[in-house]
Write a protein that binds this ligand. Sequence first.
Ligand SMILES: [Zn+2]
Length: 329
Amino acid sequence: MLDNVKAQGYQVVTNTSELAALTTADQDSPVLGLFSSGNMPRQFQATIPTEDGAQRDATRCELNPERTDSLPDLAQMTTKAIELLDRSAKGDDTGFFLQVEGASIDKADHSADACGQIGELDDLDQAIQAVRAWVASSGEPTLIVATADHAHTSQITSDGQPTAGRTTRLLTADGAPMVISYATAASNSHDDALGGQNHTGAQLRIAAEGPGAENVVGQLDQTDLHYLIAGSLGLDTSATLSAGSFALADKPELPEQLSAQPSTPEATTSPSAGQAAGPGKGDGSVQAGKAAKPAKGSLARTGAAVLAPALIATAAVGGGLALRRRRFC
Ligand SMILES: [Zn+2]
């Protein structure tokens, strides 16, 4: 795979210093960061819940020595992504879309690893703060949206109260005990409980800040986020993908339809498809790039217009953070 992406002009970086040294990224020279051969080490060492965990002495999460400075954290990756996208977008009014995911919050939850998921959530929080700091310093009108793609098994339960599953008793930063229960595995056996915890169906929070955030109110359908994002970039949500879509195997020459006005029937409305506007560079799965030239859009499902230039982000308990921005013309 590395040979393939390098042959297509990708800049491949594998550690913090290589990431920091990047100065440009565009469709002719995209960036691929691969910093670990598997899941990246989490901020805190793993904790193992027990059936009597709620009655045990509370412990604190401990830093994971495997996470060294040679590995960038999520905030560093996010900051670099914005730097590159912002530089790439200079001189035009297209802005950009960026999605950031705290990927191992979910994985740690499946493993019933309380400190693992707390560290991952802290990483995601720091990534969001990095975005907010950039918005504050740059003055760019930017919409940030944070949400999750699903809920998960972990629950804070009563101190000292055993549950049907396994529990971990932690000491919070305030010095108070906090009990976390995991009770969605097939059994409490080591093999089942420490890898077999499952997603749950709780409703999810959507938090937003910036131009367009006023549309994140009440109860939204999951698909409303699409219209929020498309509306914020001024994309035509009535256009269809089929006419402008293409397969990677087709290796098209810079498809004109991907840079066309979204108001034309051939135009794509997908930010990800718009990002794929490079010669054979992708199939629309790339998660960051310049958006299509914006036209006036609306939030079809909510009926609320989003006229302010903006960007989007999505974060998660199992998910991540996506953001995009559109410059004022
Ligand atoms: Zn999962």
